[in-house]
Ligand binder design. Structure first.
Ligand code: URA
Length: 313
């Protein structure tokens, strides 16, 4: 890809864009051995040798965002000492090292982001950035409206009270319930622990949204690069703070609402469209209030003391 010379120099961290322009104008910069003084000159950082006063400018590593539909039965790590299948087996072999953003349990399926952008990764998982994560969850038994309200308002787990969540029920369940649950934290096994604290065993769990990303129709086991719009939305997460956002963010359209009622009906998004496969379908772009001193026990909700819904959780 052709990029402006001053941008290549600035991206390498050697100088600001403006200082790079001055270097170019003053004749300090060569491309493939030839002095270049024209500011609009474009180069291919992967092929052209750019030097400043004879010293090579190392091209910046390209930024990569990969969306993977993680199947159950894979560990969210790039390398497993126990030799189990890992998500690394399912992502494209790119030159740069990508790593998973947050973690999905071994038995959890759904949307997993992998990237080499540390700032985006950190913002996506840090509670301060309030990035929503939406899960479709099948639980044992019927979740009552009161239980749902309790989950939404926050319950006490062994590592503290959960922040407000958004929950939608899928129809009238008889034996098991399907829920669409949006949380803004990323504690270990959080969804399972929230539901188990109320006596509901999680039977199936699938993440369908992660911040600005949607799982959509990405088949199980398949990965793809983010579109330019998705990459821009991910970069924008870094610049957002909890203060700018409502706790009850709209979670967008939900198949759960349109899916058939009754306990065991599998919402359309849980249907496996394809068997796991190590392939990319398209390349459309470049790419917790801790209950300190809180006398409540994990899972307990004190009636009449539901936490006020605040904008910042
Ligand atoms: N919550 C869980 O319990 N498991 C996951 O994999 C993700 C969220």
């Amino acid at each position: 890809m052709m990029v402006r010379l001053q941008k290549v120099i600035a991206a390498s961290g050697i100088a600001s864009r403006r200082a790079a322009e001055t270097m170019i104008r003053d004749g300090h910069v060569t491309v493939n051995g030839n002095v270049v003084r024209v500011l609009g000159t474009c180069v291919d950082p992967s092929k052209d040798h750019v030097k400043i006063d004879g010293r090579r400018v190392q091209p910046a590593e390209p930024e990569v965002f990969v969306l993977l539909h993680k199947p159950a039965g894979y560990v969210t790590t790039m390398d497993d000492p126990q030799g189990r299948p890992t998500v690394a087996d399912l992502v494209p072999k790119v030159k740069v090292r990508v790593f998973p953003v947050g973690r999905l349990d071994y038995d959890t399926e759904g949307l997993l982001l992998l990237t080499n952008n540390g700032k985006v990764a950190q913002a996506c998982v840090h509670p301060r950035f309030h990035v929503p994560k939406t899960y479709l969850v099948k639980v044992s038994g019927v979740c009552t409206d009161e239980e749902i309200r309790n989950l939404e308002d926050g319950i006490v787990l062994d590592d503290g009270m959960t922040a407000p969540a958004t929950i939608r029920k899928s129809g009238k369940a008889k034996a098991n319930s399907w829920l669409e649950l949006t949380i803004h934290e990323g504690r270990t096994h959080q969804v399972k622990r929230m539901l188990e604290a109320l006596g509901h065993r999680v039977m199936r769990i699938k993440r369908v949204r992660f911040g600005p990303l949607e799982l959509g129709d990405l088949s199980v086991g398949v990965s793809r690069f983010a579109t330019d719009a998705e990459a821009n939305a991910l970069r924008a997460v870094v610049h957002r703070t909890a203060r700018t956002r409502s706790v009850r963010e709209p979670v967008g359209s939900s198949d759960l609402q349109s899916s058939k009622p009754a306990g065991d009906t599998v919402p359309p998004r849980m249907r496996q469209t394809k068997a796991p496969a190590n392939r990319i379908v398209r390349d459309t772009g470049r790419n917790a209030r801790l209950a300190s001193g809180n006398p409540r026990q994990p899972g307990q909700v004190v009636k009449g003391q539901r936490r006020a819904r605040t904008r910042n959780g």
